[in-house]
Design a protein around this ligand. Structure first.
Ligand SMILES: Cc1cc2nc3c(=O)[nH]c(=O)nc-3n(C[C@H](O)[C@H](O)[C@H](O)COP(=O)(O)O)c2cc1C
Length: 154
């Protein structure tokens, strides 16, 4: 159950709140309601790599921070019946990912990377973007999956 309180001025006859019974709603309507009601949401533009090193990029708006020490972020990667999203598969396999925050000038490119490309296809290439150099070391064995390079970066 979700209750939405009216925040705008409504006529006195209008109810001050509306109740939604998730159990009685179609999945698509639940999605529409939740994504329209919980705003704004930051977008995590997640880059990750397969165990073979193939880079993957996709936007995730079910994203937020849950702690700073240790740093904890959460991503809501929706389940798919046929196969997991590449982001989920890569993170499960490597335990590594990079959250890129989307600069305004790359909003269109970010949208391109949400395409459901086959595993192994680098969505940054599809969007005409370069990868930045790999920065930092997540473990003794691997470097972090490439961040998105903003064209204006040096
Ligand atoms: C702005 C935006 C936000 C998105 N947020 C999510 C999200 O929070 N969770 C999700 O599962 N898919 C989300 N998507 C859809 C995924 O980006 C899309 O399914 C993508 O193909 C997944 O790619 P991957 O298989 O490479 O991980 C979003 C798409 C866009 C354009």
């Amino acid at each position: 159950m979700m209750t939405i309180l009216e925040t705008r001025s409504a006529p006195p006859s209008a109810p001050a709140s509306r109740h939604f019974d998730f159990g009685a709603m179609a999945a698509e309507d639940r999605y529409r309601l939740l994504t329209a009601a919980v705003l704004p949401r930051p977008i995590a533009w997640v880059t990750s790599a397969s165990p073979a090193g193939e880079i993957n990029a996709a936007p995730y708006s079910f994203f937020n921070v849950f702690g700073s020490d240790r740093p904890v972020v959460a991503l809501g990667v929706l389940a798919r019946p046929e196969r997991p999203k590449d982001t989920a598969a890569n993170i499960r396999a490597t335990a590594e990912f990079v959250v890129n925050l989307v600069p305004y000038e790359l909003a269109e490119a970010m949208n391109v990377t949400c395409v459901d490309a086959p595993a192994g296809v680098d969505e940054l290439d599809l969007a005409g973007l370069d990868r930045g150099e790999r920065r930092g070391r997540a473990s003794a064995h691997r470097s972090l999956p490439g961040r998105v390079r903003v064209p204006a970066d040096p």
